[in-house]
Write a protein that binds this ligand. Structure first.
Ligand code: HEM
Length: 143
């Protein structure tokens, strides 16, 4: 039987190292940092380890939220998604994963784009409407 990508790159310890280095890059990227302001970062790392392990063929189960639900309301743009995947590819290269395997991993994650990239959250639109309302001219006092 062919071994999974997870086994080929060195299993759990490799995924842990990759997730640490990956978020180091993502959280210090000025174009991305804002997305993670209000996030419990340790919890996110733990979920990302489990998710990536499962996505790469480990027998470990991922019990976090699905990708559509986890990213709902974040307003992740197409460009932000591509940047995150670039950081992941650079991380794997730094850890010695070969180019063909990185290509396979990026290919396995690419279809998630449709679930992760979602329009800006509705409350923003509502807030804009509210601001417009508040800028309405003052009502004249009755004489
Ligand atoms: C291939 C790309 C991606 C994968 C595999 C991925 C995976 C994950 C996973 C597994 C979680 C945890 C879900 C949970 O806690 O139940 C998560 C949460 C999160 N992701 Fe992603 N993600 C990706 C792309 C992105 C991008 C591009 C951004 C923003 C630029 C982003 C921002 C976030 C944030 C802010 C959370 C935390 C949400 C919260 O706790 O409320 N992710 N992601």
């Amino acid at each position: 039987m062919q071994s999974s990508i997870y086994e080929r790159i060195g299993g759990g310890p490799s995924v842990s190292a990759a997730v640490d280095l990956f978020y180091q890059k993502v959280w210090t990227d000025p174009a991305l940092a804002g997305y993670f302001d209000d996030v419990d970062r340790n919890r996110l790392k733990a979920h990302q380890r489990a998710f990536l392990s499962a996505a790469l063929g480990a027998s470990e189960r991922y019990e976090g939220r699905g990708m559509r639900e986890a990213h709902a309301g974040l307003g992740v743009t197409d460009a932000a998604f591509d940047k995150v995947v670039t950081h992941l590819a650079a991380t794997l290269a730094e850890l010695g994963v070969d180019e063909a395997t990185i290509g396979e991993i990026a290919g396995a994650l690419a279809p998630l784009k449709a679930d992760i990239v979602q329009p800006a959250p509705a409350p923003l639109t509502e807030a804009r409407g509210l601001r417009r309302l508040l800028r309405m001219p003052r009502l004249k006092r009755p004489a």
